[in-house]
Ligand binder design. Structure first.
Ligand SMILES: Cc1ncc(COP(=O)(O)O)c(C=O)c1O
Length: 487
């Protein structure tokens, strides 16, 4: 057989790369410039958007300028702009500019950060960043971890390590059948804790939901009571999940007291600091996380309050050996004598993913390009914005705060006198949609003690006080119109 001839269609060089990325750069720059004037969220529904996004998938190449032209509706009309100054919904960071540049380089370099041999430098940078972040939380020398796709994966990874460390026998081989493993998290913990219990074969009911106090923090007396009940019933408690920055209100569970309980009962302490962990980067807020240094594992999402682009999260472990014990795989096709090859750690053996992107680059590049002092100032500023909103709410007779401000989340509702709670729930639910349609700001909601609240979360480096004023103005104007229509 003659050697096959070359097929070079896909083999672009720097000139083609520059031409196409130039088109993308132009779109990105235009987006940055126009973003404040664009609506935060598109008005179109799913069917209309699907029709717009029915882009051609041609047999013959499209020129870069045509690709740029085709993408204009996606960029300027059909996207919710999480980086828009008025975006205040959920907990979705605004996306740093250096982080986006890093993603281009990461994809261009294209290491596979599951195996050291496929990614040496990228692996070592990721581990360096993990050790550095672990030290911000006060974890001891030797603590490290891995980047993940998000808090959901971090929580699953942590609970798998906890389960494997505490279950009797060889749970990885034999499964959890009949083990009666149970864990504890507050009623305000993120839904991904129950999801992880499901994926681990424990079942969602294995997560004991612990009541919270007036500030939506876990009640440690209730935790102790649930533990005592389970032990008396022959169950096998193995882990407590404390949340440092709950999704709804930003509450921080009493970490030192929860850590004491874990120490007394020999339980794994996982702290879900996916959102609130960023407080460790602002010296004036750091004390709020006291006790986090006693965790076995910590979930922390830079793509939330370090503003880095989706997706960039991490899981940190006091003893990374526990992660390896839970996720190592001995497959013949990746066996390699580390002594002979000189390879380092395969990060794919610290978590559930094998092939992995170079996520760490966008976090490191954001920190490097802005500096940690700028981060400290901006994170503290976000807390000030939440407090400012809370103050504006308290000043207005028709508005009512519905939770204390701990971090950068404020919750409130439109509540003029003389309207019953059930009607206010329906009104505020409708009001959230109307505020979004107004286009200047985009809040989300929280249901607190059964009552529907509006919720603003400040994890956006472009948001300033004028956005808070616009939100208050829209709430009062649109709220009074809805109340009038109802009466
Ligand atoms: C406290 C907490 N944990 C976990 C998650 C899940 O994170 P992700 O969406 O990055 O998977 C969230 C998301 O908001 C969260 O607020």
């Amino acid at each position: 057989m003659r050697p096959p001839g070359p097929v070079r269609d896909l083999d672009w060089g720097p000139a083609e790369a520059r031409e196409l990325t130039g088109e993308m750069l132009d779109l990105w720059a235009e987006l940055m410039q126009r973003m404040p004037e664009l609506p935060v969220a598109p008005a179109a529904g799913a069917a209309e958007m699907a029709a717009e996004m029915d882009l051609p998938i041609p047999a013959q190449p499209l020129p870069p300028a045509e690709i740029g032209r085709l993408l204009r509706p996606l960029v300027f009309d059909q996207s919710t702009l999480c980086g828009h100054p008025g975006f205040l919904a959920y907990i979705s960071g605004s996306g740093t500019i250096p982080g986006a540049a890093a993603d281009l380089l990461a994809a261009g370099l294209n290491p596979n950060v599951g195996g050291w041999s496929l990614s040496g430098g990228a692996t070592e940078l990721e581990l360096h960043l993990m050790r550095w972040i672990a030290a911000r939380f006060g974890l001891p020398e030797g603590a490290s971890g891995l980047m993940t796709s998000g808090g959901a994966t971090s929580n699953f990874t942590a609970l798998k390590a906890a389960r494997d460390a505490h279950a009797p026998g060889n749970v990885r081989a034999d499964g959890v059948d009949g083990m009666l493993l149970v864990l504890y998290a507050s009623e305000e913990a993120h839904a991904t804790i129950a999801e992880a219990a499901d994926m681990l074969g424990l079942g969602e009911r294995a997560v004991r939901s612990i009541p919270t106090d007036d500030g939506f923090r876990m009640r440690v007396d209730e935790l102790e009571r649930a533990l005592a009940d389970d032990l008396a019933a022959g169950m096998r408690p193995f882990c407590v999940v404390a949340t440092a920055g709950t999704t709804a209100t930003g509450a921080i569970d009493p970490l030192p007291a929860v850590a004491d309980t874990c120490a007394r009962h020999n339980l794994w302490l996982h702290i879900d600091a996916a959102y609130g962990g960023a407080a460790a980067f602002a010296p004036d807020l750091r004390h709020l996380l006291d006790g986090i240094e006693r965790a076995d594992t910590i979930s922390f999402d830079p793509h939330k309050w370090l503003y880095t682009p989706q997706s960039s999260a991490c899981l940190l472990a006091r003893d990374p050996g526990r992660l390896r014990a839970a996720f190592s795989i001995d497959a013949a096709y990746v066996r390699e004598d580390a002594e002979l090859s000189g390879r380092g750690i395969n990060i794919g053996e610290l978590g559930p993913q094998w092939s992995r992107a170079f996520i760490a680059l966008k976090v490191w590049m954001s920190l490097a390009a802005h500096g940690t002092d700028a981060y400290a100032r901006r994170i503290a500023h976000d807390v000030e914005l939440a407090r400012y909103l809370d103050e504006r709410v308290r000043e207005h007779a028709d508005l009512e705060p519905t939770c204390p401000v701990t971090l950068s989340i404020a919750c409130f509702r439109y509540a003029p006198a003389g309207i019953d709670d059930a009607t206010l729930d329906a009104l505020n639910e409708r009001l959230m949609i109307e505020i979004r349609r107004d286009g200047r700001t985009c809040p989300s909601n929280a249901v607190l003690r059964g009552r529907y609240s509006l919720r603003a979360c400040f994890v956006n480096h472009r948001t300033e006080a004028d956005v808070v004023d616009a939100l208050v103005e829209a709430t009062v104007t649109l709220g009074s119109a809805l109340a009038a229509a109802h009466s």
